[in-house]
Design a protein around this ligand. Sequence first.
Ligand code: FES
Length: 107
Amino acid sequence: FVQPGPHGPVVDREVEVEPDGRSLMKAAVDAGIDGIAADCGGNLTCATCHVFIPPEWQAKVGPARGDEDTMLDYTAVERRPNSRLSCQIRLTPDLDGLWVELPERQY
Ligand code: FES
C-alpha cells in the first residue's frame, strides 16, 4: 500500500496474505491499513475503500464495472481512470505482488 506523501508517494505497508479469494479491502482492514476505511464492510455502499491501481497491474486487476463503477462517482478524492474499490478486488494467486496507491483521504 503506497500513500501520497509531501515529496511524492511513499510505501506505507507491505502485507502478506494468502491468495484465498478474500478482498483487498479485507486484507487491508485485517492488517490495520489506516488509508482504507471500508465503512460498509464490502457491501458496495460506502466508497471508502478507494484505491488506485498502478499501470502494470491494470490489465490483471481489470476495470470497475456495474455498481462499483457507479459507486466510484462518490469517492472523497476524485476518481481516476485507474480507480477501483478494494472490496471488489479478490486476491487470487495471479495477483501475487500487487501493490496499490491509497488516495489522500476516504472522506
Ligand atoms: Fe464499502 Fe467497498 S467497503 S464500498
